[in-house]
Design a protein around this ligand. Sequence first.
Ligand code: PLP
Length: 308
Amino acid sequence: MIPVNSPVESAVVDGQTFYIKRDDLLHRDFSGNKARKLYYLLNQDLSQFDKIIGFGSPQANSLHSLAVLAKMRKIPLDYYVGHVPSILQSSPAGNYQAALANGANIIAAGEMISQGKTLEDYVVKQILPKHQKALFVPEGGRYQDAAIGVNQLADEIIIWLADKGIKALNVFLPAGTGTTALFLQKRFVTKHVNVKVLTCACVGGDGYLKKQFHQLEPNEKYHPTIINDGRKYHFGKLYEGFYQVWLSLKQQTKIEFDMLYDPQGWIVLREYRKNRDVCEPVMYVHQGGILGNETMLPRYERKFAGKL
Ligand SMILES: *Cc1c(COP(=O)(O)O)cnc(C)c1O
């Protein structure tokens, strides 16, 4: 039941060789880093909780994974969102649909959030106090015990390195909350292996990501290296270049990547490699999220139909 040990493949992208850690293959419902971050909860006795409470985007991969976890444990999930886009309401798809199918109670809190407050403020201050026996899972699985599953990912990479006789490695993965990248780098430093974790900020910019790192771990020696290509991207926005990269990756590697994080990740990584001599091999961690493409792909096709 516990999803562990994903394969590593090698692929050539635009003439350069990459290792790809296929965490997308871990499990149908717990793919990618959500499987890693929820690993702790998947192996915990949750019987003292009468409810799971989460919040975030109605299209989030973590919504789907939490819904499956809740269903498995027969605990109701209340998941708070700002609002559900009308197109999603009228024709549910992707993570939203999968969460509904698994019995998630998705609550639109938009109207209830007071001026100047965030969805998180609302959930933490107004909802949690009313549910003393609830298990609260912060947005995107950003909690300390996420480290337990991410350590497992790091250890798989360490064993793989030893197996291959590789002495130094760059590991790249795009970040949302940065939880996966941070705990990965921390594990490599703690285990004294020569692995540098590179990441890019897909949500909220480099400064925001740095802040997120600090909230989980004050000591910067454990922090990943944030790289960028000098451009500012907005999370969830459609970029023609993203679609082209996504398609080209699919053609070259025969692997489907996610359309929210991975296109930016590959663009930033390509720039990084172009601008310096990276002698160490590079491993790209495929963090899943493919189900989200069900809603992203039609949006891309509507927007760029005929142009691409
Ligand atoms: C959740 C997610 C991320 C972001 O992970 P963090 O640990 O929040 O940085 C990246 N890629 C995919 C595909 C995801 O589902």
